[in-house]
Structures are given as C-alpha cells and as structure tokens.
Design a protein around this ligand. Sequence first.
Ligand code: SF4
Length: 445
Amino acid sequence: MTDVLLFNAPVEQPRGSAHAGLHPPLGLGYIAAVLRDAGYSVSARDLNVTGLNPQLIRRVVSRESPAMVGISAHTETYPNGLEIADLAKAEAPTTAVVMGGPHASVTYEQTAIEPAVDYVVRGEGEYAMRDLASVLVGRDDNDQDELVAEIEEVPGLAYVSADGNVVATPERSMIENPDELPWPARDLFPLELYEKPGNVLFSRGGCPFSCHFCAVNSIWVDRARRFRNPEAVAQEVEHLLVDHGLRQINFADDTFTLRRDAVLELTHRLEAIEAPFPWDWTCSTRVDLVDRELLEQLAHAGCSGIQFGVETGSQEILDATGKNITLDQAREAVSAAAEFDMDVLASFMFPHPDDTESSIRQQAEFMREIRELGADISIAFTTPYPGTTYAEMTAESDLEVAADDWNEYDAKHLIMSTRNLSFPELEELFEELVRDVGLKKRVTA
Ligand code: SF4
C-alpha cells in the first residue's frame, strides 16, 4: 500500500517523438520529497514517459491502493489530468483525488466541481500536499464534521462543501526559504528515458515582470522570486553529474539571470565542481538581464546554450506585450552570446493581439536578422492561457479564440485571432513568414 500516488498528466504525443525534449517533472519530484520527509510512502508515474494508458493507471491504483492520488497538470494536459482522475476514482472510490499545477490553481472554481476531483491545490504544492496527507492518510474514523474542520485548517485548497458550494481555504503564503526543501525525488522517475534528465531549479516564485502572455503571477501568491543558496544548487548539480552520470544540466528557471550577484556566485561554484568528465549547462533568460561581461562569465563557467524570449520583430508590438524589452537589447544579447560560442535560441510568438500584416512582415525580417547574428529561431502560436492578460483581452475584446478543448492550448495550434486579422489571413501570413524565414521546424511549444 502507498500513502500517496502521484501522476504527471501527459501531453498528446505525436507518434515517433515520444520522448523528444522530455524532462522529469520537478514539481512532482519536490512534492514527493517533502511527503517522504514527513514520513509518507510515495510513488509516482510520469505519464509523459508511458503515455496515457488507462489499463496501467487502473492497475497501479488498484495495486497500490493509495489514500491519496495527486495529479499535476498544466493547461494543455488538463483534459488528460481529468481522465486520470476519473480512472482513479472509478478504481478506488474512497481514495482522495487531488488536482494541482498551474491550470488547476488558476481555474480552481471549475476544477473543484469536477466529479472525480475531491480537492484542488492552489499554488505551491509541497506543503499543501503534506498537510492534506496529515489529514487524510491513515484516517480510520468516518466523522465527516471532524474531517471538514481539519481540511478547513489547510491553506491553499479548494473543494466542494456538503452544501454544494466551492470553498477556498485561505491562501498559503510562499515558502520563504527554498533551501529548506529537499532535492526533488528523482529516483521516482526513469531518468534514463528523458532526453533532458538534468533539470535543476535555481529559484522559485513569481516574477517582477508583467508580460501579458504569461500566467506566472497568477499562479504564485506574490511576485517575489526566492533564490536558492548557490552553494546548495552547485551541490545538487554535482550530485547529478557524479552520482547519476549526467553530462548536461538545464537550469529550468524562466529568468536565470534575474539576480546578478547570485548568478555570478553560482557560476563560480559550478566552475569549482570536479566532474569525472566534461559537462555543460544551459539556461533561459531575458535579453535585458544579460550583458557582455555576464555572458562571458556564463560561457566561462560552462554555459553552452541560452534561450531568449524575443517574441516579435516590431518594437510597437513588443511594447504592447508588457515585456518591456527592446529590439536593440535582443540584437546585443544574441550577438554577444553567439560571440562566446553559446548555442542561442531566440523564441518568438505568433500572433500578438495588435499584429497587422506589416508588423508580421517586420517579424519575419527581424527573425532573419537575429539568425544572421547567430541565433536559432523558434516560433510558438500565442496561447491565451488562463491567468494571462491575453486571456482577459480575449474575454473583453474582439479577439477570437478557436479551441474546442484545453488540449489545443499547446502553442502548436493557431487558436487566437488578432484585432486586425482573421484566422484565414493569419494562416496565410504564417505560411508566408515560415517561407520567408526558411523555418524548418514550424512550431515549437
Ligand atoms: S515571460 Fe518571463 S519575464 Fe515575463 S512575466 Fe513571465 S516569467 Fe516573467
């Protein structure tokens, strides 16, 4: 018997590329590690590895007979998350089914009323799951009033009360010191099957920026980003290199260089690691959070690849995204990173709410320029995720959303129109852009 069984809801995978770009689910790994530290037995299945296999889910739930099933999903994987919840509930009706992750956090009122979902975890999941487990695991009385009273004391949950209303317990304050968390329980996942097994987090929390297409600040309770101690991060990296034999680490932070002093200290710690073989690392950040000196130090410390979100090639459209960067900053960041021999990826989106034929042609031109400066280009379809300003705009304005289900919120479907262009016009302009820029891979999520 297992106390808590965790599932990572999978994306829809095209045949033949099942494990491309796949990395272990760090969020579930942290939750599992915290639950274990609190004395609970935990198992986990990352269904991105196996695919959504109903028989497997039923078999695991039946065999492990967990007190709690926890499911992590984001918007694209939410329908699969609900299917897992249905399967688990049908197999083990007395098991508590808990949904968490960015999508459920933002849409908790809708998620809580799903028939197979007993509880929703809003925001940071580690301590909410631990506290929920302390109420549910090993419970042998049937006193519903006492159960409800104890659940009400757990911050960061939502559920349907006996009178049919959705109840949200008070917001859970953020973990102030991320160093108090154990390392993610990577042993629960088949590291050898991931294309990118070495993902590590340097920081956690909200973001001081306010990009209109990003939901980060709807998911976290506040905007403050909490950094781990660089020494502890370097120790985790060393463990992955030496004990797991990994040769590449990917820092999974959106804005790796947000705190210059911390990142510089981390690079010195990384340089001091004595690995038995050559290794390197990659990261993502904003073009306004780097300069030549910093990029030179990153490269010196083994950074082999860096991703920058550039988003568009029109300064006017860029200003309207709320990203608060300039095309010149993008030029400078890309050319400096390329000069220090990093693989540079500049990611763009298509389309933005105010795009016109002219701004899309400017985007094509800027993509070519950025590539000349040394970057690879990726492009994703703009997706109005719940919790973003773009989602609010689609609700309030004439922007049209054409999606039948959440699984089309995958950045690979053109689901949002613009104020000036219809879907047929956008499709045509996208084809033109792909041709003009000579993009091989059409869309990346
Ligand atoms: S896109 Fe990046 S910089 Fe912008 S709000 Fe989101 S995390 Fe912050």
